[in-house]
Design a protein around this ligand. Structure first.
Ligand code: NDP
Length: 834
């Protein structure tokens, strides 16, 4: 065993490198070449350097100085500042790049806005032609892109040449197809407008493709900010946009650091932010956009499990580990950074892994025969060194191969940390380097518990020759992608994205397109009054004339309670609220729930997780049963709603549509199918629609029964358990409904109702760490607080902004939009063949 560590700590945590850019990056002193005879006698690899001549000529042609790309032109930064970009494999300066200011952001967004009408009017086929041209040009300049990527990022040329750039081209081809098909396949959707995109440094060109291709295909224009460490391939891409004659302003590339990104996030004309990077910055962006109505997709960090069962082919597993954690130096959001291995084969696997690690080759990224390249920047190398030290301080056993890393670049050796406890820092925190933890389990159940013991949920890899076992395990892992007997496989046809603190939204596949569109009705309804009317606007009518039919007996007092865990429950603090009818007279009282009631309801919802595990057929049966029982009590509901709304016709319609909507989601329960994606690999790639988990739903005041049913039914239909805060103004419609639930076999805890004042309940629901998704249809003033609070555990939130939804409309208030918001797409990759 060796305890050798990596090369020097350089400038410490200083992020911005102030080095002056000199003429050109000439190669480091060439190593003495072994003779052929020597190579044959040792069987060592000879050097196989890729030339950087063409890349250097390209940099020189730009005088190693790059401006922003705005409106189809190179535009100097308004502040006149530039920052250096360095080759981490040789510690040499490459170029200087413009630093974006808020003024530059404004210019870029204005250019994108000006280009929007023309780009949209071009239509799907016109856009498809441009995307196709981009794909073709990427292929034509394939090698230049690969070399520039490797010298800027430090990744092995083998990876940039054979993985990154081909996937980039594939992404543009695939999305040329979606542009072509948009009018047909996405006919109920329209583009969002100007999109802001912020990408990290680990896959600079690939992340650019994942962002730009779907945005353009769906008719948006955009401003993209590359990471400050790795701006160069994005700038070559800008040039390519000019070469193919892309209309000016459709793609704008703005350089800069986090402050430039923050200014882009804040710009009022940006309608959506697509971000890939750390969970910390994702949280900042969630907070910055809260209440703004900007659409958001976040692809964040991960701590993905790599699960090895005892019947796995261990030699394949070893190669899988190489791809999982040493690919791209482990700087991969979905890196398999936690090996979980069944106890019976743990020692055998560790022995094989160590032998393989001894033979891994680390070195100059442009050497075609190396496996591991350079870490992107000093600050990242320091982070790896610090975290590994913390791991050994916490008791982990470190193993690294006996060879030494080169000393002329930012290198860190492949590393295994064993004897790691599940709660230790290195088992929980994203190290983002070539470091993997090694833990054991005894049973599949324990393996699943360990795999899910993380706040992240980006990916997982399951190794077993028993496909029945692997396919049983895959849906139980809380992660957006599960690879069976493979790892780190990507394709444009399959969506990629996270659960939990790994973010939300998908990139790739049809599922990824929805991140760049909005329902067509939203555009058509533009100018309708804002979403939720104030209580005074809701159904108030003149007081009814007293009827002269003799002395009247007082009605029998009805006590409505909360409904938690399948039981009627008094509110925790024993208060109730008077609920007026349409005339202002008291119609009844409801319990005044508090944060304890919300917490109890969330706990009850968690206990009902069997609802998701049950069959879709069963969920359909129960939704039909709810409809049947509601129809049975139609006149009673109509009467109560008529008193609430002061409008008998509206009440009648409300009940009839609620029954219909329950039928709709009973029908959908076993029909909201996933897909099998047509990826080019020899693999069945299954896209499964999975329940999100525990959902919080806040209902609007308007349509107290219909909106309640329209929101709750799709959530239940797809297998979620729900905590609902009904209409604050007319909660009795929902509390009457629990009597329907009690006669309809809905399992306890699947649907929980907490009545009360929104301002007392919503903060607890939206900040609760065990709520996985929140739908908020309350007053629009409340959206900001809800979205801010959701950043705590990065729960998905669906808050409505803009035009009010017509709850009586099938188009606006039922169907796929609701089903999509109720589910995650999980992609499971199962390769086949001998
Ligand atoms: P960041 O999340 O900071 O960077 C990602 C992108 O966001 C970059 O373009 C960055 O700009 C930009 N950015 C930074 N701050 C803001 C802000 N406030 N508003 C808008 N944009 C912003 O990642 P780092 O590069 O700092 O890496 C830190 C850690 O994050 C890594 O060690 C790793 O753990 C994780 N990470 C995860 C990635 C993933 O794919 N999941 C990718 C990269 C990192 P700039 O870089 O120019 O400052």
């Amino acid at each position: 065993m060796s305890e050798q560590t990596a090369e020097p700590k350089d400038e410490g945590k200083k992020k911005r490198k102030k080095k002056k850019v000199k003429a050109k990056g000439s190669p480091a002193a060439a190593p003495a070449r072994p003779t052929v005879v020597e190579i044959f006698s040792t069987m060592e690899y000879g050097p196989a350097p890729e030339t950087d001549r063409v890349a250097n000529a390209w940099l020189d042609a730009h005088n190693r100085k790059f401006d922003h790309f705005i409106g189809g032109e190179w535009v100097a930064p308004s502040g006149g500042k530039y920052f250096p970009s360095e080759n981490p494999g040789r510690r040499e300066p490459l170029a200087e790049v413009a630093e974006g200011s808020p003024e530059d952001v404004a210019k870029a967004v204005a250019a994108a806005k000006a280009a929007l009408p023309g780009w949209r009017a071009l239509g799907g086929h016109g856009r498809a032609r441009y995307l196709y041209a981009i794909a073709r040009h990427i292929q034509k300049h394939h090698r230049l892109f690969a070399v520039v990527e490797s010298i800027d990022n430090g990744k092995p040329i083998r990876e940039s040449r054979d993985i990154d750039v081909p996937l980039v081209a594939r992404h543009f081809y695939h999305h040329a197809g979606w542009a072509q098909l948009m009018d047909d396949e996405m006919r109920d959707y329209v583009p969002l407008g100007v999109v802001g995109q912020i990408i990290p440094w680990n896959f600079p060109l690939l992340m650019l493709a994942w962002k730009i291709a779907p945005a353009l295909a769906m008719g948006n224009t955009l401003v993209l900010k590359p990471a400050e460490y790795t701006p160069l391939t994005a700038l070559r891409f800008a040039e390519l946009c000019k070469e193919i004659g892309l209309p000016p302003g459709v793609v704008n590339i703005l350089n800069g650091d986090g402050r430039t990104g923050a200014a882009l996030v804040d710009h009022p004309d940006v309608k959506k932010i697509a971000f890939t990077g750390s969970t910390g910055v994702g949280r900042i962006i969630r907070k910055a956009t809260a209440g703004s109505g900007k659409k958001l997709s976040l692809e964040l960090g991960g701590k993905s499990p790599f699960m090895v069962f005892e019947d796995a082919d261990l030699d394949s597993v070893v190669e899988g580990v190489v791809d999982a954690i040493w690919f791209n130096q482990g700087q991969v959001c979905c890196a398999g950074s936690r090996i979980l291995v069944q106890e019976s084969v743990a020692d055998a696997l560790l022995t094989k892994l160590r032998a393989r690690m001894e033979r891994l080759r680390i070195g100059d990224p442009l050497d075609k025969a190396i496996d591991i390249g350079a870490i992107v920047a000093p600050v990242q190398l320091d982070q790896i060194v610090d975290l590994v030290k913390l791991g050994t301080d916490e008791g982990a056993t470190l193993w690294q191969p006996s060879w030494s890393c080169p000393t002329n670049g930012l290198f860190y050796p492949p590393t295994i940390l064993s004897d790691v406890s599940p709660a230790s820092t290195v088992a929980q925190v994203e190290i983002f380097g070539p470091v993997v933890t090694f833990m054991t389990f005894r049973t599949p159940k324990e393996a699943i518990a360990l795999a899910n013991n993380t706040r992240y949920g980006l990916a997982a890899s399951v190794w077993s020759e028993n496909l029945n076992l692997a396919l049983d395990v895959a849906p139980k892992i809380k992660a957006g992608t599960v690879w069976v007997n493979c790892t780190n496989v990507f394709d444009a046809a399959a969506g990629f994205g996270g659960y939990r603190e790994s973010g939300y939204g998908r990139e790739g596949g049809k599922e990824g397109l929805y991140e760049y569109v909005k329902p067509r009705w939203k555009e058509e309804a533009h100018g309708r009054p804002e979403l939720t009317p104030t209580p005074s606007e809701v159904g108030l009518a003149a007081p009814a004339e007293p009827e002269d039919d003799g002395p009247r007996l007082p009605p029998i007092d009805r006590t409505t309670k909360l409904y938690i865990g399948g039981k009627q429950r008094r509110p925790d603090w024993g208060y109730c609220i008077d609920i007026p009818d349409a005339s202002g007279a008291t119609l009844g009282q409801v319990g005044r729930g508090n944060r304890k009631d919300i917490r109890d309801a969330v706990e009850a919802a968690h206990a009902a997780r069997g609802w998701a595990a049950g069959t879709a057929h069963l969920r359909a049966q129960i939704l039909y049963y709810l409809a049947e029982n509601l129809a049975e009590r139609q006149s009673e509901f109509e009467g109560r709603l008529s008193l609430m709304l002061g409008n008998p016709q509206a009440a009648e319609r409300e009940v009839a549509l609620s029954v219909k909507r329950l039928f709709t989601y009973a029908a959908w329960a076993d029909k909201y199918d996933g897909a099998v994606h047509a990826t080019p690999l020899r693999s069945v790639t299954i896209a499964m629609n999975e329940a999100i988990g525990v959902m919080g739903i806040v209902c609007p005041n308007r349509h107290p029964l219909l909106a309640f049913v329209s929101l709750v039914a799709p959530a239940l239909s797809t297998g979620n358990s729900v905590v609902v805060i009904p209409s604050e103004r007319h909660p009795l419609a929902a509390t009457d409904f629990y009597q329907v639930m009690e006669t309809s076999d809905l399992p306890p805890g699947a649907l929980n109702i907490v009545t009360g004042h929104r301002e007392e309940l919503v903060p607890t629901l939206s900040s609760h760490d065990d709520v996985d998704q929140l739908w908020y249809f309350g007053p629009s003033e409340g959206t900001e607080a809800v979205e801010l609070a959701s950043a705590g555990n990065m729960k998905r939130s669906w808050c409505e902004h803009g035009a009010a939804r017509d709850w009586t409309s099938e188009r606006e208030a039922a169907g796929r939009e609701f089903l999509r918001q109720s589910t995650h797409v999980k992609n499971i990759w199962v390769p086949y063949g001998e």
